[in-house]
Design a protein. Structure first.
Length: 238
């Protein structure tokens, strides 16, 4: 049996989900990433309704970790996700305050404005999920990469969406060979980079080798397991 099958993702069940299910399939990996990395600081750029962010927070709480979580967003939306009113921010903020206020907080601003609020080499896990135009994701990546610790992780969502107004897949093709990286292709795709000079990404003693199907099969299976729950309308918090 591969070690990945004994990881916490095999048993994790999200307590929060919204009606937007694009990230739900990556919740199992988020669980394992938090469990094995034991991060001091998680930063997410582009929280929106909070599906990925609250998955990180739930894992931090359930594993009783000494982790700070920061979500950064202007909560105005963009051309791709659509624009929305202040009500979205207040709903997400209320859920955060009710469940994770001891270690989680939001910064309501543009990403560039928040850059100086985070110290260099302080982030263990950085999730980039803001505007998906190529020039925007490139700008965010290179602006925020110095904030990530050595051996820290950067996650980019939507690496498999190939359409004219989404450029994450193009940016991912440009950079993934420059770092230890791994790609998931379900749930709109998730690219993971580890900030070091090694050749293969690793997590908790598990080597994420693209030639080994055990890892992809494991997370695809648990993606389907979790989305059976999160796709039900009565499971949606927002």
């Amino acid at each position: 049996m591969h070690k990945i099958h004994l990881s916490p993702s095999s048993f994790f069940c999200p307590k929060y989900s919204s009606h937007i299910n694009n990230w739900h399939g990556h919740i199992p990996f988020a669980c394992d990433l938090v469990y094995y990395e034991r991060p001091s600081l998680i930063v997410e750029l582009g929280v929106h309704l909070g599906d990925s962010y609250f998955a990180f927070c739930q894992a931090v709480k359930e594993f009783n970790l000494n982790t700070q979580c920061i979500g950064i967003d202007n909560w105005q939306g963009d051309e791709q996700s659509g624009f929305y009113d202040e009500d979205v921010f207040y709903k997400v903020q209320n859920y955060n305050n009710e469940n994770y206020f001891k270690f989680s907080r939001f910064i309501k601003s543009d990403f560039d404005e928040a850059l100086n609020l985070i110290e260099d080499k302080s982030i263990d896990i950085l999730h980039l999920d803001g505007c998906h135009k190529k020039e925007n994701i490139s700008h965010d990546f290179y602006n925020w990469f110095p904030k990530v610790k050595e051996n820290g992780y950067v996650l980019l969502h939507d690496i498999t969406i190939n359409r004219h107004d989404f450029g994450v897949y193009q940016f991912w093709e440009e950079i993934h060979d420059n770092y230890p990286s791994y790609s998931f292709f379900h749930s709109c795709g998730l690219g993971i980079i580890q900030k070091n000079n090694k050749s293969i990404l690793s997590l908790g003693g598990i080597t994420f080798d693209s030639s080994n199907n055990s890892i992809k099969d494991h997370y695809l299976y648990h993606s389907l397991r979790i989305t059976q729950f999160t796709n039900k309308s009565d499971a949606h918090i927002i």
